[in-house]
Design a binder for this molecule. Structure first.
Ligand SMILES: Nc1ncnc2c1ncn2[C@@H]1O[C@H](COP(=O)(O)OP(=O)(O)OP(=O)(O)O)[C@@H](O)[C@H]1O
Ligand SMILES: [Mg+2]
Length: 241
């Protein structure tokens, strides 16, 4: 589905991503965990064409993404739920969702968009209840659900989420993660960026650990959960029995 090989990228002379290689297969939840500033958002922005790569290769569905605009990447089936939600605050919940359906409308028509809207309302019932409400007045958890629903409206083949749990209470984080699990059960493919390593590795199939622009560890999620270095650095366990 997504294959990245020896990717370097950054801003001007600043090289943030150093020789990143990773892949996501269809039907998987893959997580990338890492501390603030590790380069996680830069990686997602490079995949969607917001940051230019300096070297290496990004392939989505066996096609090279280099040089595509972010609109073209989204149109090819790769959607991003951005860090900090970034919902359109002065528009209603439904207007936000319909904006996410723009590509679908162009390819499959209005009826397909309305079907997808109902599907998102089934997945996130709170959004149906609040369909007329201005997005800026939703709670943090509701805004996260809206940002996810808006990305899913394009019926993406791959959905990439940038720290969906940030700033949310534990109960809401649990809801968000159970929805991500449900997405996989329904055949979706998810690349999940998280600082909440425990929750992310708890639902993922595989994981990568990123530190200062490099992948330093990778493997099945259950293996990373019991890895001593991961536990020490990301799971807050200083002493291990
Ligand atoms: N637009 C930019 N111009 C210059 N440097 C940037 C820009 N955006 C990010 N950086 C730098 O790139 C590095 C990686 O930032 P990035 O936002 O990718 O990290 P992150 O892993 O997503 O962190 P966080 O968990 O805090 O979101 C940081 O040192 C940051 O200062
Ligand atoms: Mg980030």
């Amino acid at each position: 589905m997504l294959r990245i090989k020896n990717l370097d990228a950054g801003y001007g002379k600043l090289r943030v991503l150093k020789n990143i290689s990773l892949h996501v297969d269809p039907g998987e939840i893959v997580t990338i965990i890492g501390a603030n500033g590790a380069g996680k958002t830069t990686l997602l922005h490079t995949i969607v064409g917001l940051v230019n790569s300096a070297a290496g290769e990004i392939q989505f569905q066996q096609k090279c993404c280099s040089g595509l605009t972010s609109q073209q990447v989204v149109a090819s089936g790769c959607a991003l739920v951005p860090e900090g939600r970034q919902v359109f605050a002065s528009m209603s919940v439904e207007e936000n969702l319909l904006l996410g359906g723009y590509v679908l409308q162009r390819n499959a028509g209005r009826a397909a968009v309305l079907r997808e809207l109902e599907y998102q309302y089934d997945l996130f019932p709170v959004l149906r209840e609040r369909r007329e409400q201005l997005a800026g007045t939703l709670s943090g958890g509701e805004q996260q659900m809206l940002a996810m629903g808006r990305a899913l409206m394009s019926k993406p083949k791959l959905v990439m989420m940038d720290e969906p749990s940030t700033g949310l209470a534990p109960l809401i984080v649990r809801d968000i993660f159970s929805i991500i699990k449900k997405l996989r059960e329904e055949g979706n493919t998810v690349l999940l960026i998280e600082q909440n390593a425990k929750a992310a590795l708890g639902i993922a199939d595989r994981g990568y650990v990123m530190e200062v622009g490099k992948i330093i560890l990778q493997g099945p999620a259950e293996g990373l959960l019991i890895n001593r270095d991961v536990q020490r650095a990301y799971l807050g366990r200083e002493k291990i029995d």
